[in-house]
Design a protein around this ligand. Structure first.
Ligand code: PLP
Length: 384
């Protein structure tokens, strides 16, 4: 059986979530826009899910716009501000997910000026760069709440204050935070926030953009006017129901200490890594997600180690699975943190989740110790 330690890529579907979804796949086929009974059943299931997702981030249900996932939520947040941003500036951090970076790039071609905000060696936004990047000409700022590769959590108060002073709208990608750490939307100071169900044991292909009522945003998809006109298209009812159930379970988990149980496992993992030669944990001095450790082993190729671990029945990642199409390019996140290319290529990401145990972590350390046991003789050899 595989030891699955790649929860930032995606999580297994929870059995209770599947059970909640099944009736909407098998029985209730109604279109929520229809006025008949079958339609009303679908409508009330979506309403219920909206309440559950809203509760996870402490907003009112009307602030939740369901999308096809985190990628679409990020696209909607940025492209939905296209008109406001034209001739003005969009400021994004250098370590954003590809769905923000690439969207920003496409807006640039449309006459939006894009500024990048630097991060320090730990992956935290640099205050001076934030001040230089977010000015009175800035329409929108996008800074992720936590990074998918390093797990580094941003100081949202700092970011929100700068955005507020300059009169800019703030978007935050909270895809990796939801379900791992409690989120209060208003406390982040953001007006737009992206979420994705499959990162919290929900189904793939469904997410949400949380929107402050005062913000006017334009839809990406036009048509039947679903989701208050912000996301037309017949709703993915079963997916949305699954997202709602997953959000409720995640909220309950957080109430019962899920975050600290992840932290205990993560600390166990890091003390094991500290016994191995040549290991550097990236962002280790920053506040990080309780489940994420990105580390490099000097002199080793991350991809090769990931494959060796796979052979030993352990699933980890050599970076971001969501960015895996970029091939062998070293992570833009690590490069932005000033990590050199060779060390960046040695990166391995372990992301813990529900069901992981101390034994899983110990097994990983044992296999890593075996795989990297040549380190000492190699480095001694290079001195000789
Ligand atoms: N944002 C972050 C930080 C992510 O890690 C991911 C991962 O996939 C996404 C956005 C995209 O979400 P989705 O897979 O739901 O499109």
């Amino acid at each position: 059986m595989t030891i699955y330690l790649d929860h930032n890529a995606t999580t297994p579907l929870d059995q209770q979530v599947l059970a909640a979804m099944m009736p909407y796949l098998r029985l209730h086929h109604g279109n929520s826009s229809s006025v008949h009974r079958a339609g009303r059943v679908a409508r009330s299931a979506i309403d219920q899910a909206r309440i559950q997702v809203a509760a996870l981030v402490n907003v009112s249900p009307a602030q939740v716009v369901f999308t096809s996932g985190g990628t679409e939520a990020n696209n909607l947040a940025l492209q939905g501000m296209r008109r406001l941003a034209r001739g003005r500036t969009l400021a994004i951090s250098a370590i954003e997910h590809a769905s923000v970076l690439q969207t920003a790039r496409s807006l640039q071609a449309d006459g939006v000026n894009v500024r990048s905000i630097d991060v320090d060696a730990q992956g935290r936004v640099v205050a001076e760069s934030l001040q230089a990047g977010v000015r009175t000409d800035t329409a929108l700022v996008s800074v992720m709440m936590a990074n998918n590769e390093t797990g580094t959590v941003q100081d949202m108060v700092l970011v929100a204050e700068q955005a507020r002073q300059m009169g800019a709208i703030l978007h935050t990608d909270a895809v990796q935070v939801a379900g791992k750490v409690a989120i209060d939307f208003a406390a982040t100071g953001a007006q737009l926030m992206s979420l994705s169900a499959h990162k919290l044991n929900g189904p793939k292909g469904v997410g949400a953009l949380i929107i402050d009522r005062a913000v006017e945003i334009e839809p990406l998809l036009r048509g039947g006017g679903q989701e208050a006109g912000l996301r037309s298209g017949t709703e993915n009812v079963a997916g949305i129901v699954g997202f709602g159930a997953a959000a409720e379970l995640a909220a309950a988990g957080l109430k019962f200490g899920y975050e600290s149980s992840l932290r205990v496992l993560r600390d166990r993992l890091e003390s094991g890594l500290a016994t191995l030669p040549g290991v550097t944990v990236f962002g280790r001095y920053a506040e990080r997600l309780p489940n994420t450790v990105l580390f490099g082993v000097a002199g080793y190729d991350g991809e090769a180690l990931v494959l060796a671990l796979n052979e030993a029945g352990i699933a980890v990642s050599s970076g971001s699975a969501c960015d895996s199409h970029s091939g062998r390019a070293p992570s833009h996140v690590l490069l932005a943190m000033g990590v050199d290319e060779e060390m960046a290529r040695s990166a391995i990401r372990v992301s813990l989740g529900r069901g992981n145990t101390t034994q899983d972590v110990e097994q990983l350390i044992a296999v890593l110790a075996q795989q990297t046991s040549g380190f000492l003789s190699r480095s001694l050899g290079s001195w000789a």
